[in-house]
Write a protein that binds this ligand. Structure first.
Ligand code: SF4
Ligand code: SF4
Length: 377
């Protein structure tokens, strides 16, 4: 059976329009048939860092609110749970929800926010690379799990959508440890698929109203795409999401691997689209993340590729003048290769594995992605 993806235009985050469209998505995908009164439904947005909704870094609280209202319509209870980068503690989590506009939204609608910050280590039987990982408790105990990714570029893996959003299931500072265990893009992508295959979200809803292009997932620019998409298959949803930004499994390793492992469709031909055609919303000029745009190397003659790869491999560079010395980059660095001296961060590139966690987590967006010479376009 072909995986189904529901796609529809939605120009803004107005609560009425959002609820009406998501209500249709729940009907079209049979979600209401699965939700039971009293059931606890966990909503997992992307709240990677404290950021205002208009910056297009996080899943917009209005979208999470509308999904919560659909859950309430079915008589079920919604619990919002996330683990951003940095230390995972109840006090920080409460501040984080407030900074992202989630506390006010949850209070208004009577949705619960998870702040206990507990996790358990679990085995991932389907894991190709990662067989054990810590996962935050509500995602393990959810009776029904709704994944709420944001449509964004990603410096390391190229694209951030449904599969990548579930990396947030790993508590706080254990994420850099996984970066350290899987420094290569292929292995890291396998690990992302391992976590997604374990968690098996029941539904994923993509926030593509305001997407992020360029230096995603936190330092890029807002791109108004005006769309919502949803599917029971995170892999099918990501095939559509990546096509919307002019990419696909040939460039996004996690999508190719999910297809090869038989977890999801290998191409859009294997997806049944409900609602609007992808072409109506696809952006041909969507800016990719700089760190991931090395596809041209594969098109060079073989003898030139090793040198080109060396020159073109991006590296992080801190704008010393603008750095405020907060230490978030050092905290998130799996290699512990960033020191704060004299109120400024400095990177020892010899030990750097180019995971770009520092780039992702810098609240001032002063960790730049650079390449040598002519490759620094
Ligand atoms: S996170 Fe950014 S601002 Fe903070 S110390 Fe690192 S580079 Fe400087
Ligand atoms: S310096 Fe930045 S890119 Fe390098 S290992 Fe540390 S977090 Fe990753």
């Amino acid at each position: 059976m072909r995986e189904r993806v529901w796609l529809q235009g939605c120009p803004d985050y107005g609560p009425v329009g959002l609820f009406e469209r998501l209500d249709q998505a729940f009907e079209a995908l049979g979600v209401y048939d699965s939700l039971k009164p009293g059931m606890t439904v966990v909503l997992k947005p992307n709240l990677i860092m404290a950021s205002k909704p208009e910056e297009a870094v996080i899943t917009h609280p209005a979208l999470t609110a509308a999904v919560g209202k659909c859950v309430q319509k079915a008589g079920a209870k919604a619990l919002i749970a996330e683990s951003p980068g940095g230390p995972y503690t109840p006090a920080l989590m409460k501040r984080h929800y407030a900074a992202c506009g989630y506390q006010a939204m949850a209070e208004e609608l009577g949705l619960a926010l998870y702040t206990d910050c507990k996790s358990r280590e679990v085995s991932l039987p389907q894991g190709e690379r990662c067989r054990r990982a810590s996962v935050i408790e509500p995602l393990l105990d959810a009776e029904y799990l709704i994944n709420l990714p944001k449509l964004k570029t990603h410096g390391m893996v190229g694209y951030s959508g449904a599969v990548k959003n579930l990396f947030g299931a790993v508590p706080g500072l254990q994420k850099p440890e996984l970066h350290c265990r899987f420094p290569e893009k292929e292995d890291f992508s396998h690990m992302l698929v391992d976590i997604c295959a374990f968690l098996k979200p029941d539904l994923s809803v993509l926030d593509g109203i305001w997407a992020m292009e360029g230096n995603g997932p936190t330092g890029g620019s807002r791109r108004e795409m005006g769309l919502l998409a949803a599917s029971a298959s995170p892999y099918a949803l990501d095939l559509c999401g990546s096509a919307l930004i002019g990419s696909g499994p040939e460039r996004i390793a996690m999508l190719r691997l999910a297809g090869e492992r038989g977890l999801g469709p290998g191409s859009l031909d294997e997806v049944e689209l409900l609602g609007d055609p992808i072409e109506d919303y696809a952006a041909k000029d969507f800016l990719p993340a700089k760190a991931s745009s090395t596809d041209f190397i594969d098109r060079l003659p073989a003898f030139l590729r090793p040198a080109a790869k060396k020159l073109a491999t991006p590296y992080p560079k801190i704008d010393g003048k603008a750095c405020v010395g907060c230490g978030r980059c050092a905290q998130s660095c799996p290699q512990h290769t960033i020191q704060i001296t004299g109120g400024k961060a400095r990177i020892d590139l010899k030990k750097c594995i180019r995971c770009f966690c520092c780039h992702e987590m810098c609240p001032k967006h002063v960790v730049k992605v650079r390449r040598l010479g002519i490759f620094d376009l």
